[in-house]
Design a protein around this ligand. Structure first.
Ligand code: ZN
Length: 292
C-alpha cells in the first residue's frame, strides 16, 4: 500500500506536470472508483484547470479552478500515470506504470486540452476519485480524524511524544500505524524507524521513556525524508517524475530483509507479527521484553 512518501512522490510529479492544464474530458468504468454524477463532472471538472496538487496523509487533493477538489485515495493498489511529453507514474508498483494505457486496471481517464492524459489505475478497486466543493474538504470524516503531518515544521519531537503517549497501553508499532496519532505512516516506515531507534515494535508505549521516543521521532523523519528523496518504497517497475525507478527499498535496513544480516550487528533479521502486521526486527538490536 502506498504510504506517505509514495503519495508525496505522486504529488510532486503531478505538481510539476499538470498545473494549468485544462480538462477536456473524463471517462470512468465503475462508480465505486469514480462516485460522481455526470452533471457534476461536466459542470465542475470539464473545462476547469488544475490549480494545485495537495496531499493530506495518503490522500491527494487536485484543486480545480471551479472551486471544486478532486480527492484521490490510492488505497491498496491505486496508481497515477501521466502521459504527455513526459511520462510519470507512481503509486502501486505493477506493469501498468509502464504499459500502454488504458489497460484492464484503468478506472478513470482524464484528458487535457493539450492532448496529455492522466490515468487512475487500480487493480483491486478499493481506491477512488471523489469530487467535492473545496469548502467541504475539511469536513470529510477522514480529514477530521487524521493526525498531524509528520514532516511539517510544527510536528516537533514534543508533539510526537505527547501524541504517542495517548496510546500508552498499546504497542509502539500500533501507535505509529494509528492514523489519528500521526498521518501517513504504514508498515514499511514503522519497521524501519523502530529498527533505527533500536525499539522492539511490540514494546508497550508506557514502558518507553522520552529519550527513546525522541530517538524514534528522529528516525521516523529520517526514513520518510530519505524515502521521498529516493522516490518511494516500491521495488519494481516504479517510475518517478524523471522516469527513474524508485529505490527506497534498496536502502531499507530491516523491512522485507528477513533471513538477511542486520546492517548494524549482522544478526539474522526475523519476521513476526505485531499489531496484526508482518513485522521485521533484529532480535539483538531490538530486544523484546514483552513476549509479544
Ligand atoms: Zn542488529
Amino acid at each position: 500500500m502506498p504510504e506517505l512518501p509514495e503519495v508525496e512522490t505522486v504529488r510532486r510529479g503531478l505538481q510539476r506536470l499538470i498545473i494549468g492544464k485544462i480538462v477536456k474530458s473524463v471517462s470512468h468504468d465503475t462508480e465505486k472508483s469514480f462516485p460522481n454524477s455526470p452533471s457534476a463532472v461536466s459542470e465542475f471538472i470539464v473545462g476547469s484547470s488544475i490549480l494545485k496538487v495537495h496531499r493530506r496523509a495518503k490522500v491527494l487533493l487536485l484543486e480545480l479552478s471551479s472551486n471544486y477538489v478532486l480527492m484521490v485515495h490510492l488505497k491498496m493498489t491505486g496508481q497515477i500515470v501521466f502521459v504527455g511529453d513526459d511520462r510519470f507514474g507512481a503509486g502501486h508498483p505493477n506493469d501498468s506504470l509502464i504499459n500502454n494505457l488504458p489497460d484492464k486496471s484503468t478506472r478513470v481517464v482524464i484528458t487535457f486540452t493539450d492532448g496529455s492524459t492522466l490515468y487512475f489505475n487500480d487493480q483491486r478497486k478499493f481506491g477512488w476519485m471523489k469530487l467535492l466543493p473545496k469548502e467541504l474538504v475539511n469536513e470529510e470524516p477522514f480529514m477530521q480524524k487524521v493526525g498531524p503531518e509528520p514532516l511539517e515544521p510544527e510536528f516537533t519531537a514534543t508533539v510526537f511524544v505527547a501524541r504517542i503517549r495517548r496510546r500508552k497501553g498499546t504497542s509502539i508499532k500500533a501507535a505509529l500505524l494509528d492514523q489519528t496519532v500521526l498521518a501517513g505512516v504504514g508498515n514499511i516506515y514503522a519497521d524501519e524507524s523502530l529498527w533505527g531507534a533500536k525499539i522492539h515494535p511490540a514494546t508497550i508505549v508506557k514502558k518507553l521513556d522520552n529519550s527513546q521516543l525522541e530517538e524514534l521521532y528522529k528516525e521516523l523523519k529520517f526514513v520518510l525524508e530519505l524515502a521521498i528523496e529516493k522516490g518511494g518504497s516500491t521495488d519494481k517497475n516504479y517510475v518517478n517524475a524523471e522516469g527513474k525507478k524508485g529505490s527506497y527499498i534498496d536502502f531499507a535496513r530491516v523491512f522485507r530483509r528477513e533471513g538477511l544480516a542486520c546492517p548494524r550487528c549482522s544478526t539474522i533479521i526475523e519476521k513476526s507479527r505485531v499489531a496484526g502486521r508482518g513485522t521485521h526486527t533484529c532480535p539483538v538490536c531490538q530486544m523484546n521484553n514483552e513476549e509479544a
